[in-house]
Design a binder for this molecule. Structure first.
Ligand SMILES: C[S@@+](CC[C@H](N)C(=O)[O-])C[C@H]1O[C@@H](n2cnc3c(N)ncnc32)[C@H](O)[C@@H]1O
Length: 439
């Protein structure tokens, strides 16, 4: 058959290509039909959004009309929001009010989610609970073997996250036991560690910011969370801008886009200008070609490249510490950061230049020798990090073959490390060009 090369052919080819780029709508699935009905009963007007599966971002929301900058994407009535107010007006309320010392707003919400999930068919929130993820990929859910493959300082923060959730569980056990009169089953089996981990991740990855006034029955931690069914299907893109807030007039949580979005494309919001380490820590995912991504250089690595016999080494280190120059030293898409270069310039000061340390911190050029040494050491650190990243990537590919059960988590760390490698290679190229320009 003759290939159609005309307008119809082009249209067909574009449509074929488009079908791979677009998501696959899942709005026909029973759980979403039930969720939409539940939302409608609470005053949610059907919008132009549809739940869909996207090949790159997973489940998200697709638009059925083109959005222009300034358009309202979604407006979710107050009645649909799950806040500490919801928890207090449930049967948990009286237990929370009499518990001393008061529980945090976070633990109140976790308790509510676990209790409602346990209630199953009887829960008023069932249509929402049914579409929540069953598992998460935040660091607290990762196995030790996977956490050890994370770059610093994320590895440390991942361990801290695990400790936070474990401590939260231990410190809430007595409160959970106090709820026994509400349940036929033992509260120890309902409010177990994995239930709390699931609830904690649900809140950490899905809540919108909504400030509520301080209530006496809660501890002093800020009460700023609200779960927003359906709206929380919106995925993140670092390349869009939105305005999101509770509208006191319409008594709805509203999101307006500042970007354009074509019909049938995924609608994104921006969770904040986060780098990939922060996205993984707080939400359990990473974005490729994230403009905010950076590779962190720890002070241990920094010091590896300086002579231990430098008499001013300790003084230089104290200066860097006192002026907060030992943290947030990074490589980015545009090369080494100013902070990294400044820290390295200070460490590279010769004995005769040491008195100039203040000027160095302000960004002054001290000498051609100092500039050159700084560039050389920056390039060495960059190459060291490239090798380290390549080594970890090799370990990951071996583990992926041997540990089928960790595949999803390993793929996540792999994506993070691949993005790091791209940043480092770009930085090495920039440093090489800078070096060539100087010689
Ligand atoms: C508020 S929810 C968004 C909806 C979510 N995808 C779902 O299916 O329920 C936030 C979670 O979505 C995922 N996510 C958000 N933006 C993403 C993106 N650009 N790429 C991959 N996953 C993303 C992450 O798992 C994150 O924790």
């Amino acid at each position: 058959m003759k290939k159609s090369r005309g307008r119809t052919g082009r249209k067909r080819r574009r449509k074929h290509l488009q079908s791979f780029m677009d998501g696959v709508s899942c709005s026909h699935k029973l759980e979403y039909i039930k969720l939409k009905k539940w939302l409608k009963d609470r005053g949610f007007e059907d919008s132009n959004l549809r739940p869909a599966e996207f090949w790159d971002t997973g489940r998200g929301l697709m638009t059925t009309k083109a959005f222009q900058a300034g358009d309202l994407i979604i407006s979710l009535p107050e009645k649909c929001l799950l806040t500490t107010g919801t928890v207090l007006s449930s049967c948990l309320g009286e237990y929370i009010m009499k518990w001393k010392p008061p529980v945090s707003p976070l633990i109140a919400l976790c308790t509510f989610l676990i209790a409602e999930k346990h209630a199953g068919e009887k829960s008023l929130w069932k249509p929402y609970l049914d579409v929540l993820p069953k598992t998460y990929t935040c660091p607290v859910c990762l196995e030790h073997d996977v956490v050890s493959l994370l770059p610093e300082p994320l590895r440390k923060k991942a361990q801290e996250q695990r400790t936070t959730v474990q401590e939260l569980y231990m410190s809430s056990k007595a409160f959970f036991s106090s709820l026994q009169p509400l349940f036929a089953e033992n509260t120890g089996t309902i409010f177990n560690y994995s239930a709390l981990e699931w609830a904690w991740c649900t809140i950490n990855t899905r809540t919108i910011y909504m400030k509520h006034s301080q209530r006496e029955c809660f501890s002093l931690e800020p009460d700023v969370y609200a779960l927003a069914p359906y709206l929380d299907l919106l995925n993140h893109s670092p390349n869009v801008q939105v305005k999101a807030a509770f509208n006191e007039q319409t008594r709805s949580y509203e999101i307006r886009t500042n970007s354009q979005c074509k019909k049938y494309e995924e609608v994104f919001i921006c969770y904040g200008p986060h780098d990939n380490q922060r996205l993984l820590l707080e939400y359990g995912f990473v974005v490729m070609d994230n403009p905010h991504s950076t590779v962190y250089v720890s002070s241990d690595i920094l010091l590896k490249y300086f002579p231990p016999l430098d008499k001013q080494r300790n003084t230089k280190l104290s200066i860097l510490k006192d002026h907060d120059f030992l943290e947030n030293l990074t490589f980015g898409w545009d090369g080494p950061s100013w902070r990294l270069l400044t820290a390295l310039k200070l460490l590279s000061l010769g004995a005769d230049e040491f008195t100039c340390w203040r000027r160095t911190l302000l960004g002054d050029v001290i000498s051609a020798r100092n500039e050159q040494q700084t560039l050389n050491i920056t390039a060495k650190i960059c190459h060291f990090l490239i090798q380290e990243t390549q080594h970890v990537l090799l370990q990951i590919s071996q583990l992926k073959r041997n540990k089928e059960n960790l595949k999803k988590h390993l793929a996540l760390v792999e994506a993070l490390r691949l993005e790091d490698l791209k940043i480092l290679q770009k930085s090495a190229e920039i440093l090489c060009n800078l070096n060539m320009a100087k010689t």
